[in-house]
Design a protein around this ligand. Structure first.
Ligand SMILES: Nc1nc2c(ncn2[C@@H]2O[C@H](COP(=O)(O)OP(=O)(O)O)[C@@H](O)[C@H]2O)c(=O)[nH]1
Ligand SMILES: [Mg+2]
Length: 363
């Protein structure tokens, strides 16, 4: 991908930082400013390098990344953030490629960030996506970036959000986040986008058994994909079943749209986008858009703190030992569970304070 991006790099304002410079802690303030300016000026090489910096697992890269993010922050937040989810093979990449080209034709700049926690080594599926999105990825107004491999879910979520901010500051006014439907990752993505679309396969049976309450809650729009050829009728039927499941009182969800779609058909993707765009503009008018972003921001900050606390405790053997010891005492009926809980809390607080003093950031 980077080769591809580098190939289409146009002469323009660039930071002048050589490859690898961002890895050094010795970047001065002027260089940071130049870097931020270059990103804003559309240098995809500098954007890619900035994303590499925010994705870095090296503790010494954390602060430089935050320093750079602070400079671009005022220019972020202006895109439509779209989440596309669904099981592998449902047609996400196909849909995004067709939609991406269409949006670019309409004068927009499109960034696609893919998260695939099921392939921790960024293996097959990403490679498949790259070939599937070949034509789109070659366009000057497109930027595609797979998520880093081997991170915790919390880490990936933070890095994806930061990558999204960087893309926005570089002028990408649509950011699409592609993720596979694996529950937890889906939740995280649904909380960083303005519109979350879940693609479904046209198996009518799935509509009844496979649909989880979680998906209904998360999705703003359900797209039953592959509604073409011999599968068209099954897709229509599945869509109707989803609608009736949603309408039923038990589901407790409303305001969700169910559409059929054929990702291989431009007209169909176009009409799906019209729904997306209509929904977004309606929400922008009646303040739901801002309310959602605000709620997401609160959630983001809170989950950063929670993920970091969780990671510290997971990595800390002393805390684990104390927890085991307390559990033993409760089992022997020597102390009450509440007292054990409070004792553990004291240990946790002191452990977190210790980490704070060392300014250690776990992901
Ligand atoms: N018939 C049909 N095939 C599709 C459609 N969308 C995707 N496909 C095919 O389904 C396969 C998986 O698509 P892909 O976009 O890679 O799925 P992803 O894993 O969800 O990203 C590919 O062979 C696509 O050509 C569609 O709407 N109709
Ligand atoms: Mg894909």
């Amino acid at each position: 991908m980077s080769k591809n991006n580098a190939e289409k790099e146009k002469p323009g304002r660039q930071s002048g930082l050589a490859d690898g410079d961002s890895k050094n802690t010795g970047i001065n303030e002027i260089q940071f400013r130049n870097w931020a300016d270059a990103i804003r000026g559309g240098s995809r090489r500098d954007l890619a390098r900035a994303i590499t910096l925010v994705e870095s697992n090296r503790p010494k890269d954390v602060e430089p990344a935050q320093q750079l993010l602070e400079l671009i922050l005022p220019f972020s937040g202006r895109s439509d953030r779209i989440g596309i989810s669904g099981v592998p093979g449902v047609g996400k990449s196909t849909f995004i490629e067709v939609l991406g080209k269409e949006l670019i034709a309409a004068g927009r700049k499109v960034a696609v960030l893919t998260i695939d926690p099921s392939s921790p080594l960024s293996g097959g599926s990403i490679l498949g996506d790259k070939t599937r999105m070949m034509e789109f990825s070659r366009m000057d107004e497109a930027f595609i970036r797979p998520s880093p491999a081997g991170h915790t879910l919390g880490g990936v979520a933070r890095k994806t959000r930061e990558a999204m901010l960087l893309c926005e500051s570089a002028g990408y006014d649509v950011v699409i986040i592609e993720t596979v439907g694996t529950g937890q990752a889906e939740w995280r993505v649904s909380r960083m986008v303005d519109l979350f679309a879940v693609l479904m396969l046209p198996n009518a049976g799935d509509a009844l058994q496979g649909i989880k309450r979680g998906i209904l809650e998360m999705a703003d729009i359900i797209l039953v994909n592959k509604a073409d050829g011999s599968m068209k009728e099954a897709a229509e039927q599945a869509a109707n079943e989803y609608r009736s499941v949603m309408d039923s009182a038990e589901a407790g969800v409303s305001g969700k749209t169910v559409l059929t779609c054929s990702a291989t058909d431009l007209e169909s993707v176009r009409s799906c986008w019209q729904h997306f765009a209509g929904e977004l503009s309606q929400r922008k008018k009646d303040s739901r858009f801002d309310e959602r972003r605000n709620a997401q921001l609160l959630h983001w900050i809170r989950s950063l703190a929670e993920d970091s606390m969780q990671q510290i405790l997971q990595d800390d053997s002393a805390s684990r030992n104390i927890l085991n010891e307390l559990a033993g005492q409760v089992q022997k009926k020597k102390i009450t569970p509440l007292h054990a809980g409070l004792a553990y809390r004291r240990k946790v607080i002191s452990e977190l304070e210790r980490h704070d003093k060392r300014n250690k950031i776990p992901f």
